[in-house]
Every structure is written in structure tokens, then in C-alpha cells.
Design a protein around this ligand. Structure first.
Ligand code: SF4
Length: 364
């Protein structure tokens, strides 16, 4: 049996060589947080120097009515239940119009919502077509793998065909949600109705093969162990070796308010730091590790810039309720000037990007 040695793993990481799952696990268990941070920072600076990316985006959430019953979800409602919504295409066009009036330089619509029982592919094609026609300049990043599988099911369209139709209509890329944690035993416990981890990976591979970029996420800090997280990262790393089309990886922390897993509480900041730092170290083929500030809070997102993170998402314009309903800050919104000032305060270089990480403006 190969005996692991912490000094040789640290040397290997500093030489920018790929770590195995066992080596990465050993590293998280046997190294101080500052040392783990220094490896993550070193790897990040080779790829991104001191640049920290953000974009100008809004979230449009078509509905929170959902047929699934994920136990960590604070957001889903039944049809007609208090607090539910289902926007029409024209409602969503109005949201988009207002966002463009507020910020004419907005570059991205991010659309994610619940899995509606009756809305199929046809409805979402109509939505994408309407947004594309009215705002041809704005990138449309829309729909998790889960939503795409379900909307195709409702309209009895084969997944491959449905995804192609979305792309032909104007879908530019896909967000990374719904990955949760791939380990089947935990997945069955926390999101029993969702597609499996393998199916999630299949949808993303299909999207990559059709030429669009996607993001990847991981929900951590519930029943999962560090080994479970590394297995999740290994599956992503393997797919990225094949396609190279993941733009960014976003660890998402389980938030404990108002859901059926509230009794678990939340992991502490040390666990957050370890998870972000090891993601940077282990995912040697994904350039961007994002700290999603509406979930973590801006202070913690900024702290993680010193542990391998190089992206803080975007301005958002107070349109997302997914995390505020789970206990994060209500109505998250940040002007680009605020983000720039905060990033600079952390001795990093703010860079405004578009959705595929072309640099639009460097605030040196
Ligand atoms: S996490 Fe998404 S799929 Fe699961 S219940 Fe909530 S809205 Fe539905």
C-alpha cells in the first residue's frame, strides 16, 4: 500500500501536479488552514494572477412552484400555496426591461426556478425566444439540468432534441445548479425526486458536445463528508478532461433556515474555507472558482478570495429569492462600483467579465 506523506503531497501541489482523491483528502486532514490557503492561492495566481471576476447580471426566477421535494429547499411551493409565483413570459420581459433600464450595461440574464408541473419545453422556448428578440445583446444563461430534463418530459420531447431546440432558440449557456452532491445514498436522502448525479453529468456533457459552456455546483455541509465532496469533484474533473467546457465551479453551502434539514445546522467557516481551497487545488482543469456572495454574504465571499477563489458572481439586482428564503441576506444587490471597491480593498484586481469569461474591463 502506498503510504501518504504530507510533505511530499504539499510539494506535489506546489509543483502544480494533479492530486489523487486520497492525497487531497490527506491534505485537508493534515495541514493547517493557512498552509492550505497558501497552496490554493499559489495555484489561483498561476491561472488568474490577482484578478477577481464579476459580471453585471440579473436573476429571473420563472416560478417557485415545484414538483420535487428536496429536503434542503426553502423555496419551493405548491401551486396556489401562499408565497408561490409563476411569472408569464410578459412578466419576465418586464423584469428584464426594468433591469436594462437600471443598468444598460447588463450582460447576462440568469434564469433558474422550480420544476413546474405543467410548463413544458414549449413554454420555455417561448420565453427564450422573447428574451432573445428583445435583448439580442444579453447572454442567456438558463435552466439547470433538472429543469431541462423535466420540461422535456412534460412535452414528451427527447432530451437531446429539446436541448438542441433551446440552443437554437437562444440559450447561450447553462448554470450549474441541481448537482447537489453526486453520492447516490445522500442524494436519495436529500433530493429523492431529482435526476441522479450520472444523469446530471450526462446533460452537461450533452450541452458541452453541442458547443455551449456550463457551470458546475456542489451543495456541501449537510450529511456529506470531505470524501463525498472529493468524489463529486473527481466526477467533474473527469468530465472536464473530456470536454473542457465547464466555465466555473461554485461550492454552495447548505443554508439551514426554513427547510426540512434545518436541524442539521450549518458548517462553520473553517469547513467553508477547506472546501473552497481544496476545490481550487483538486480541480486543476477548471479555471474559475466562484464564491456566490448572495449565499455566503459579501464579507465571507471576500475572505475566500485569499483561499483560491477568483470570482464573486455579479451585481444580481435583488432578483433572487433562492437563498434569501433559506436565511441569507434579503434582496441581495450590489452596484458594480461597490464590488470594485470591495475587491480592491482586498488587494485584488477587479475585472468585469461577460458570461464566458472574456474580460470587458480591468479596474487596475
Ligand atoms: S431545490 Fe429546486 S428542484 Fe428541489 S424542491 Fe427546491 S425548487 Fe424544486
Amino acid at each position: 500500500m502506498h503510504i501518504l506523506n504530507i510533505d511530499s503531497i504539499v510539494d506535489k501541489a506546489f509543483r502544480h501536479e494533479r492530486l489523487s482523491l486520497e492525497e487531497a483528502l490527506f491534505l485537508t486532514e493534515n495541514i493547517s488552514i493557512p498552509k492550505l490557503g497558501s497552496i490554493a492561492n499559489d495555484l489561483n495566481s498561476v491561472k488568474n494572477h490577482d484578478k477577481v471576476f464579476f459580471n453585471r447580471n440579473i436573476h429571473i426566477e420563472p416560478t417557485n412552484i415545484c414538483v420535487n421535494h428536496c429536503l434542503f429547499c426553502s423555496y419551493r411551493r405548491r401551486k396556489g400555496e401562499e408565497g408561490s409565483w409563476e411569472y408569464s413570459v410578459s412578466d419576465m420581459l418586464k423584469i428584464a426591461e426594468k433591469a436594462i433600464q437600471d443598468d444598460p450595461k447588463l450582460t447576462e440574464f440568469h434564469l433558474v426556478g422550480g420544476v413546474h408541473p405543467d410548463r413544458g419545453l414549449a413554454f420555455y422556448l417561448q420565453l427564450i425566444a422573447a428574451l432573445r428578440k428583445s435583448f439580442p445583446q444579453v447572454h442567456i444563461k438558463a435552466f439547470t439540468a433538472e429543469e431541462i430534463v423535466q420540461m422535456c418530459k412534460v412535452d414528451e420531447v427527447d432530451l437531446n432534441n429539446g436541448l438542441q431546440q433551446l440552443i437554437d432558440t437562444g440559450l447561450d449557456s447553462m448554470p450549474g445548479g441541481g448537482a447537489e452532491i453526486f453520492k447516490p445514498e445522500i442524494r436519495r436522502k436529500i433530493c429523492p425526486d431529482k435526476i441522479s448525479g450520472d444523469e446530471w453529468l450526462h446533460v452537461h456533457q450533452l450541452a458541452h458536445e453541442k458547443g455551449i459552456y456550463t457551470n458546475a455546483t456542489m451543495l456541501y455541509g449537510h450529511y456529506d463528508t470531505m470524501r463525498d465532496r472529493l468524489e463529486h469533484l473527481e466526477a467533474l474533473r473527469t468530465l472536464q478532461d473530456k470536454t473542457g467546457m465547464f466555465n466555473a465551479f461554485i461550492p454552495l453551502k447548505f443554508k439551514a433556515a426554513n427547510n426540512k434539514m434545518s436541524h442539521l445546522g450549518e458548517v462553520d467557516i473553517i469547513e467553508d474555507i477547506k472546501t473552497y481551497a481544496i476545490s481550487r487545488i483538486f480541480l486543476d482543469n477548471i479555471s474559475n472558482i466562484k464564491a456566490y456572495w448572495p449565499m455566503l454574504g459579501i464579507d465571507q465571499a471576500l475572505l475566500l478570495l485569499h483561499f483560491g477563489v477568483n470570482d464573486v458572481d455579479g451585481t444580481i439586482a435583488d432578483t433572487t429569492k433562492i437563498y434569501s428564503m433559506a436565511g441569507s441576506k434579503k434582496n441581495p444587490s450590489m452596484h458594480s462600483e461597490q464590488l470594485v471597491a470591495l475587491i480592491k480593498k482586498n488587494n485584488k484586481i477587479p475585472v468585469e467579465r461577460n458570461s464566458v469569461y472574456d474580460e470587458l474591463k480591468i479596474y487596475s
